[in-house]
Write a protein that binds this ligand. Structure first.
Ligand code: UD1
Length: 377
């Protein structure tokens, strides 16, 4: 029975640890509870600041994790190894029928490797993404995770085709993207709160640029980071810039001696925002500059022009009709940002794009497949 049925005895473990994973799992967890799946939630502790972790649990009504592995920060090897060591002990005790891993962080790969080595089937949410850029840690994580998984939940047709090319067609389920489900469920609240959120930052609708940057390729090199800041100052001469600063970026600014309060009065550097705030700020922005995967998609879904400060993307579906544009040289930022931010025709045209990310029911499909897998083995 959908949403009801007998209490499953087989345990399912869902493991996550970083901000985007909490968001993309929220509606999947909600659906798994509806299906009465015997779910254990494990937090790796990869993100530990309240504004990067706790805030999302209360906002998206995600049940508290049963276990927190508290791994914290470290090099890739240290972080991945610490998660594996601690997660293996959890798996040996819990003996789940399936381990669910969302996204493509170090937590995703570490948990998938652990489960696969214990012969526990792995289910990967957001399987099949490929940017083609092996210098991104996330690209390594997603390829390896897909190849040790038994259930691959592809968010788009492109992702499903990527998996087919790698010989993984039989394991693939084209479910749609769970981030559409989450966005649809939170958007009414974002709309209700948008006026007070804009007032808080003294912003006006379609008269500011939203910026989020945290990828090592942008923020770890002081010269590149300096060029980005210079570009943002040029933009701020014409339009206000709101920059919620990720902890990684904040740490780099601190080491460079850049004050979090920018000298330019038209640039506001603020702490990372919650999900509802981010949706409201994105929807009302003239455009967004980002290096996040999730925001490329969210801006597509909310019809807001996006510039991605990277030379590749794992979401090629967004690169249509100038909805999203890749910018690799920070020196081009002022020209690129101002050309899309002030372009009302572009904005109108984005409303007519076909949505390739699914119908808002991906989470229900995923929960249904997991339920059938654990209860009818
Ligand atoms: C991670 C994910 C990335 C995801 C991003 C979202 C990997 C390889 N990367 O990147 O896919 O898009 O999360 O935010 O898994 N830090 C804090 N407080 C926190 C978390 C991090 O101060 O709560 C700082 C630490 O200095 C840490 C640095 O941020 O060293 C980077 O954190 P890390 O977990 O390595 O990856 P992210 O850059 O956040």
């Amino acid at each position: 029975m959908k949403g009801g049925g007998e209490m499953s005895k087989s345990k399912v473990v869902l493991v996550f640890g970083a901000r985007p994973q909490f968001i993309k799992s929220a509606t999947v967890i909600r659906e798994m509870i509806r299906y009465r799946i015997n779910l254990t939630i494990v937090h790796s502790g990869q993100h530990y600041d309240s504004e990067m972790s706790d805030a999302f649990f209360s906002e998206l009504k995600i049940p508290r994790p049963t276990v927190n592995l508290q791994v914290g920060s470290g090099s890739h090897a240290i972080q991945t190894a610490a998660i594996m060591k601690r997660f293996e002990a959890v798996l040996v005790k819990a003996k789940p029928a399936v381990v669910i891993v969302p996204g493509h962080t170090n937590t995703t790969l570490a948990a998938a490797l652990c489960a696969a080595k214990l012969a526990i089937p792995v289910a990967h949410i957001e399987a099949g993404l490929r940017s083609g850029d092996m210098t991104m840690p996330e690209e390594i994580n997603r390829i390896l995770t897909d190849h040790c998984s038994s259930l691959l939940f592809a968010p788009t047709q492109t992702a499903a085709s990527n998996l087919e090319k790698e010989g993984l067609r039989k394991l693939t389920h084209l479910t749609g993207d769970t981030m559409v489900d989450v966005l649809e469920s939170a958007f009414p609240l974002a709309e209700r709160r948008q006026t007070s959120i804009l007032d808080r930052f003294k912003l006006k609708t379609r008269a500011y640029v939203l910026v989020t940057l945290h990828r090592p390729s942008n923020v770890d090199d002081p010269i590149r980071l300096g060029q980005i800041l210079l570009g943002l100052r040029r933009v701020a001469d014409k339009l206000p810039v709101l920059f919620p600063v990720h902890p990684r970026t904040r740490a780099k600014f601190a080491s460079l001696g850049v004050l979090t309060k920018s000298k330019h009065t038209n640039i506001a550097m603020v702490p990372p925002q919650g999900y509802v705030e981010t949706l409201a700020l994105l929807k009302n922005a003239s455009c967004i500059l980002t290096d996040s995967g999730g925001l490329q998609k969210e801006s597509f879904l909310l019809h807001v022009p996006c510039l991605t400060l990277r030379s590749s993307t794992e979401w090629p579906e967004t690169l249509v009709s100038r909805s999203n544009r890749l910018v690799s040289n920070p020196k081009d930022l002022p020209r690129e940002i101002l050309s899309v931010a002030l372009n009302e025709d572009l904005r109108r045209c984005l409303h007519h794009l076909k949505n390739p990310f699914g119908d808002g029911h991906a989470s229900r499909r995923i929960a249904g497949i997991v339920e059938r897998t654990v209860n009818h083995r």
